[in-house]
Design a protein around this ligand. Structure first.
Ligand code: NAD
Ligand code: UD1
Length: 339
């Protein structure tokens, strides 16, 4: 029996596939390469020393999904596939609702019709909206999202909760990621954003490597210790290991559970810049720019539920996150080679 990993060629998916293979799981990857390259699959094989099946397929393609479920013995699905750029989602809301929500509904219908009722879903801290006070706990109210991307995550959580209410043969884990950064120790896989990065860490590493001239820090007048935004950065390998625990959980119960995957510690933008400079030995020029729409001052998790119920805890600190990001960036200045 295998785990189907949708979006397994992407940033978090590729790291998770390695940890699943290391833990002895058989995996099948599905991806349409909208935001990833085939080379990441070669590197998953190289780093794990293991082989796996791959289907080039879109999660909105019901026939393509049926073909996979008919031909493979799938026990559970880890569902990463989706679009994730906040700014783009404001310009193309229909594409985001279609891909993320339409795709998830089609995937779940195919799963149900083939008797596969175990799913781990990639949600986000963005579902906590603007009004909760950190540390954020899973039982806090969600909603009030500020962009279509965030709204798709919020709506998918509701859809999966309704699905569980209607049929409690399902086993569902909603994982709310905080801010994943870092890369595999080898420097062979990492985050490979398209165009100019939106998120802080890939932007910093492209400034450090000389591809971008200067970091814009979006606001230094927040109510935080140094005035810049505070977030809960988590090493992507810790996040990947959280999925191994979550998949064990869904395979052993028929419940819907929600878990924060974060470290519980907040760092400011300036903390990250300084840690990155130290880890890389390279300067990161920056200037203070206006606040970015939709940003909040502080967002960090209470990760204690995942520790209690999954036995999972993030182990890697900020220094390691920066060193590993830098190794990936230095060794792959232009990301993965084109297919
Ligand atoms: P990513 O873009 O690197 O990976 C997503 C993968 O899904 C890509 O390989 C892409 O080609 C694939 N994909 C997209 N639409 C598809 C479709 N219709 N059919 C098949 N494949 C499709 O993103 P990531 O950072 O690895 O994020 C993975 C998941 O985690 C996403 O759902 C994202 O929203 C969520 N998430 C990410 C973050 C983050 O900061 N990276 C934070 C919270 C939640
Ligand atoms: C953003 C998204 C969130 C998404 C997450 C992961 C917004 C409002 N939120 O979270 O929905 O789940 O990415 O994809 O976009 N910063 C700078 N300069 C930059 C980039 C960022 O100062 O060039 C600051 C931001 O203001 C913030 C911090 O760095 O304080 C982290 O930003 P980012 O990496 O974009 O993550 P989030 O805003 O937490």
């Amino acid at each position: 029996m295998a785990i189907l990993v949708t979006g397994g060629a992407g940033y978090i998916g590729s790291h998770t596939c390695i940890e699943l293979l290391n833990a002895g799981y058989e995996i099948i990857i599905l991806d349409n390469f909208y935001n990833s390259k085939r080379e990441s699959l070669n590197r998953i094989k190289e780093l794990s020393g293991k082989d796996f099946k791959f289907y080039e397929c879109d999660i909105r393609d019901r026939k393509g999904l049926d073909n996979i479920f008919e031909n493979e013995k799938i026990e559970a699905v880890i569902h990463f596939a989706g679009l994730k750029a906040v700014g783009e989602s404001c310009r193309k809301p229909l594409e985001y609702y279609d891909n993320n929500i339409g795709g998830t509904v089609t995937l779940c219908q195919a799963m149900r019709d083939h008797g596969v009722k175990k799913i781990v879903f990639s949600s986000s801290a963005t579902v906590y909206g603007m009004n909760n006070i950190s540390p954020l706990r899973e039982d806090m109210q969600t909603g009030g999202t500020t962009n279509p991307y965030g709204t798709t995550k919020y709506m998918i959580e509701i859809i999966l909760q309704d699905l569980y209410k209607a049929d409690n043969e399902w086993s569902i884990a909603l994982l709310r990621y905080f801010n994943p950064i870092g890369a595999h120790k080898s420097g062979r896989i990492g985050e490979d954003p398209n165009g100019i990065p939106n998120n802080l860490m890939p932007y910093i590493s492209q400034v450090a490597i000389g591809k971008l001239p200067c970091l814009n820090i979006f606001g230094n007048d927040y109510d935080t210790p140094d005035g810049t935004g505070v977030r809960d950065y988590i090493h992507v390998v810790d996040l990947a290991l959280g999925h191994v625990k979550a998949v064990e959980k869904v395979m052993g119960c028929k419940e819907l559970n929600i878990y924060n995957l974060g470290t519980g510690t907040g760092y400011s933008v300036l903390d990250i810049v300084n840690a990155f400079k130290k880890a890389s030995g390279v300067d990161v020029p920056y200037k203070i720019a206006p606040r970015r729409d939709g940003d909040i001052a502080t967002c960090y998790s209470d990760p204690s539920k995942a520790l209690k119920e999954l036995g999972w805890k993030a182990e890697r600190g900020l220094e390691e996150m920066c060193e590993d990001t830098w190794r990936w960036q230095k060794n792959n200045p232009d990301g993965y080679p084109d297919d």
